[in-house]
Design a protein around this ligand. Structure first.
Ligand code: GRF
Length: 214
């Protein structure tokens, strides 16, 4: 079985990367991680990749004065590794339109909210402030507008009465770690088709929803 050659872009602790690494250890998993790229040398996720014997690269955004040159360096590293699908996993740089177009429908992202609610930063505090009853995460194809694009999987959790942003974040993170491996599996199995602004999965309207009860 040919496994989908996947590159993961990170900026930090890499717990979603770890969830993908763990998923890839299953013999029947349809993707393999062939490269992890961080835009910071101190990203803790690089150690996770190294422990799993996955090649790593640091493409430091500080080394570039122009975003286009940074994007081109990322693109070159991904192509050199013959990456077929890019997973953004806590990658904190905004990518340019040319890069996004070049990887259209071949790049997915995980965002810690139930998009279209709460794009951007501080999603957990904002969900609490808005009095949301449920909150969660979204795995979606990347489009030029930040935190936008056809949604593959959403995982939701309840918001509980004594939540603060940290408690809620931890509950969301647990569902992220299920949602991202599921989304990558669906894409790598060829079960996901982009249809305009949304996806079909096995010929039926997406997204797949994971609704945790606690
Ligand atoms: C996650 O909450 C993810 O949804 C967001 O950034 C965070 C990354 O965490 N995009 P980690 O580095 O995967 O632990």
């Amino acid at each position: 079985m040919a496994r989908l050659r996947t590159g993961v872009l990170i900026s930090g602790r890499g717990s979603n990367l770890q969830a993908l690494i763990d998923a890839c250890t299953a013999r029947d998993y349809p993707a393999e991680i062939v490269l992890v790229i961080a835009n910071r040398a101190d990203a803790a996720g690089l150690d996770r990749a190294a422990r799993a014997k996955i090649p790593t690269r640091v493409v430091a955004h500080r080394g570039f004065t122009e975003r286009a040159a940074f994007d081109a360096a990322l693109d070159a590293a991904l192509r050199e590794a013959r990456v077929e699908l890019v997973c953004l996993a806590g990658f904190m740089r905004v990518l340019g339109a040319n890069f996004i177009d070049a990887w259209r429908d071949r790049m997915i992202n995980i965002h810690p909210s139930l998009l279209p609610e709460f794009p951007g930063l501080d999603t957990h505090a904002r969900a609490l402030a808005a009095g949301a009853k449920r909150h969660g995460c979204t795995v979606h194809f990347v489009r030029n507008e930040v935190d936008n694009g056809p949604i593959i999987v959403q995982g939701s959790v309840p918001v509980l009465p004594d939540d603060d942003a940290d408690k809620l974040a931890a509950r969301v993170l647990a569902v992220e770690h299920r949602a991202y491996p599921l989304a990558l599996r669906l894409v790598a199995d060829g079960r996901v088709r982009v249809r305009g602004d949304s996806v079909e999965i096995d010929g039926r309207p997406g997204p797949v929803r994971l609704d945790a009860v606690a």
